[in-house]
Design a protein around this ligand. Structure first.
Ligand SMILES: *Cc1c(COP(=O)(O)O)cnc(C)c1O
Length: 363
């Protein structure tokens, strides 16, 4: 008998080879200023009202669906709620892609989970890089549609902060009609709500929109996200989702967060954060170490430094934790900075000023 037994031959090949997603929390750091996960910098306060934890929850909590449908301007039949938008990214693959046969397309630099989910599921993935100004490379996508069932695009795009040209999204939708689903990840849409493509659903049966309570609603810890699409897609996702995807306390708090009062509080918070963002842009532009502050339609800034690695490491040492993007495609010397509170932004600027001075005094 032996109690050492190598399980690795038992692991699925694609999982054995998998590098897991480097979430901000997994990377760690001993910070007191966390500007690396695009979280909202302050927490809303909610109390649990449901005391029925002996019972299983509703599979799709009716109140949450009704309130979100109302907020998004769609019918309840056009919605499914899941454990964050991340779960939805994977549900789509589970429902639409044959492992070892079908592929997805994603367009780097972008959110990492599209690729990681495809790898986890044993589904092919094709990276079609964005153009130099971070727009869709439509001719290249068109050439690569074979066996592709899902195309993930992100607008506002994480980590670049820009929005995709709406005419390009329409061209993409027309190019893929009857061939593939187009998934528009709108995790950050509340920070520039006029850019949502929700109203296009009536014209495009293959359009899917991802939303979340993790960013503007300040509820990343709740794990609650939404998929908006026409009914045949939603019905298909219902077939593959776990029987009880949302815990009772999650549904309880989500329903409170989606009350008209709390939605208008969220909208005020977003307006405040967008002002804070403008101030941070202005302040960053006075820092010598900064090359470019890119325009942002989201709650974070992509900033190009003349040399990002020492800046990132120095700030990390001082407890200011940002998100390094230096190794992402086309993002040399870039760091992503989530918009924090005024105090947090000021401390960042103070630290950057000090670094600039030290650099000058080193000669
Ligand atoms: C944060 C984020 C998500 C994940 O949202 P959750 O609802 O927290 O799972 C999805 N897409 C993008 C682009 C994100 O930045």
């Amino acid at each position: 008998m032996t109690n050492t037994f190598d399980i690795s031959p038992l692991i699925r090949k694609n999982v054995r080879e998998l590098t897991p997603y480097q979430s901000a929390r997994r990377i760690g750091g001993k910070g007191d200023i966390w500007l690396n996960a695009n979280e909202f910098p302050t927490a809303p306060y909610y109390q649990l009202t449901q005391q029925t934890l002996n019972r299983y929850p509703e599979p799709q909590p009716e109140q949450v669906i009704k309130l979100y449908a109302n907020y998004a301007g769609v019918k309840p039949e056009q919605l499914i709620v899941s454990r964050g938008a991340d779960e939805a990214i994977e549900l789509l693959m589970r429902a639409f892609c044959e492992p070892e046969k079908d592929s997805i397309i994603y367009c780097p630099p972008t959110y990492g989970m599209y690729m990681v989910s495809a790898q986890t599921m044993g589904i092919g993935y094709k990276a079609i890089p964005q153009t130099e100004n971070w727009q869709l490379d439509l001719p290249n996508i068109e050439k690569n549609l074979e066996n592709v069932k899902l195309i993930y695009i992100c607008s506002p795009n994480n980590p670049t902060g820009n929005i995709l040209n709406p005419d390009d999204i329409k061209t993409l939708l027309n190019m893929t009609r009857g061939k593939a689903l187009i998934i528009v990840d709108e995790a950050y849409i509340e920070f520039s709500m006029q850019n949502t493509v929700v109203s296009w659903l009536e014209n495009y049966p293959h359009l899917v929109i991802l939303r979340t309570l993790s960013k503007a609603f300040a509820l990343a810890g709740l794990r609650c996200g939404f998929t908006i699409a026409n009914e045949p897609i939603i019905t298909t996702l219902q077939k593959v989702i776990a029987p009880y995807p949302l815990a009772t306390p999650v549904a309880d708090i989500a329903a409170q967060a989606l009350s008209p009062e709390n939605i208008s509080i969220m909208q005020n918070n977003v307006a405040g954060l967008n002002k804070q963002k403008q101030k941070l842009i202005d302040d960053l532009q006075t820092i010598n170490l900064v090359d470019i502050v890119y325009p942002s339609y989201s709650n974070y800034l992509l900033v190009k430094f003349n040399s990002s690695v020492p800046v990132f490491n120095e700030l990390w040492q001082h407890g200011i934790i940002l998100r390094d993007q230096h190794n992402q495609l086309g993002l040399n010397n870039c760091i992503r900075i989530s918009i924090g509170t005024q105090t947090e932004c000021d401390r960042l600027i103070t630290a950057l000023r000090r670094l600039t001075n030290e650099e000058i005094s080193y000669g």
